[in-house]
Design a protein around this ligand. Structure first.
Ligand code: UD1
Length: 329
């Protein structure tokens, strides 16, 4: 049976562009819909790019009909947690309301499968620091809530129709593709490994460690860092699973163990061969001490096998990418 075309919303963004590249390598037919608000045209290495908004139902329905879309992988969203706190309606509009419009188009156009980018932010502050998929969801910011509301819409739509879906809850994503063609391009980035890599290549003066008095092994925050290539391959596995008749499901995407901020700094210094400028600061508001996935379900059900579960590899590709960006600009 010929496989249908896949619509990737937000496919010009950081994670979406890696999935599009992997789909291309597998010979899949892909259409990318991206408004290029934060995504980059040159990050789309495969398929056709259509510039537009996910909430534009006329456009989305036209694409679904004219390209015979079978499945949708939905990335398009705003992702900056502090911004979601100061401007919540921006997040409920772009993330939740637009997802509702997209899902209505899916329903009206007979889309079979949806894979949805969710986040560990749906869990809120974790007791014990480790989340399983059935850990109660208690988001502490509008970003997490906006994604959780989309999860609920998908759950209800799949219960009411023939659509099946996979929700992927991402932990802390980092790194770039090993050939350094695409990577994280966000200006004024706040993510730890990106910021540390910028300090390492001289783009920033210093890395501020937000909090050294947490109840963790060395007092700094602990996160489950996942390489973007492994995160991308989880989407491919999810698509295979749904196409093979798998039931709607939710999976954490992480490696099941964490590194502290100081351990990340050590890995950056090791890769660089010299110390970076580090300044200890007070805690950042809203940061939980420890956020680690239980990733047993995705390994067992999707047969997902990570290839980059190594902080040194993650840091190396992040530094390579930052050096490349520096050369380009
Ligand atoms: C990120 C994601 C969030 C997701 C979460 C999952 C974004 C903007 N945030 O948030 O959506 O739900 O992962 O775990 O995509 N830190 C420093 N100095 C810095 C930057 C960070 O010390 O300059 C520390 C933070 O205090 C924290 C850790 O590093 O302890 C990770 O922070 P960060 O990389 O910003 O990611 P999260 O806040 O976990």
């Amino acid at each position: 049976m010929t496989k249908g075309t896949i619509l990737v919303t937000g496919g010009a963004g950081y994670i979406g562009s890696h999935v599009v590249r992997q789909l291309g390598e597998l010979g899949e037919r892909v259409v990318v819909l991206d408004n290029l608000g934060t995504g980059k045209r040159e990050a789309v290495l495969h398929g056709e790019l259509i510039e537009g908004n996910v909430g534009d139902q006329e456009l989305v329905s036209n694409i679904m009909q004219s390209h015979n879309i079978e499945s949708v992988i939905h990335f398009a969203a705003h992702t900056i947690v502090p911004e979601s706190v100061t401007n919540p309606l921006k997040y409920y509009g772009n993330n939740t309301a637009n997802t509702r419009n997209l899902l209505e188009c899916c329903q009206n156009n007979g889309i079979k499968h949806v894979i949805f980018s969710s986040t560990a932010a749906v869990y809120g502050v974790l007791e014990g620091g480790v989340a399983r998929e059935d850990t109660p969801t208690k988001p502490i910011n509008p970003y997490g809530t906006s994604k959780l509301m989309s999860e609920w819409m998908l759950r209800d739509l799949s219960a009411a129709t023939d659509l099946s879906h996979v929700v992927l809850r991402y932990f802390n994503v980092a790194g770039c593709d090993p050939e350094c063609r695409i990577g994280q391009n966000t200006p004024n980035a706040t993510l730890l490994i990106k910021v540390a890599a910028e300090v390492a290549v001289g783009k920033r003066e210093a890395l501020y460690i937000f909090g050294t008095d947490y109840d963790t092994s060395d007092g700094t925050g602990v996160r489950d860092f996942i390489h973007v290539e492994d995160l991308a391959s989880a989407h491919i596995k999810a698509l295979d699973y749904l196409r093979a008749g798998g039931q709607s499901n939710t999976f954490n995407c992480g490696y099941g163990h964490g590194y502290s901020v100081r351990e990340v700094v050590n890995a950056v210094e090791k890769e660089l061969g010299k110390p970076i400028n580090v300044i200890e600061e007070a805690r950042r508001a809203g940061d939980p001490p420890c956020l680690i996935s239980n990733c047993g379900a995705i390994k067992e059900t999707l047969k997902w096998e990570p290839q980059y579960d190594d902080i040194n590899k993650i840091v190396k590709t992040s530094l390579d990418w930052e050096r490349k960006l520096l050369e380009k600009n």
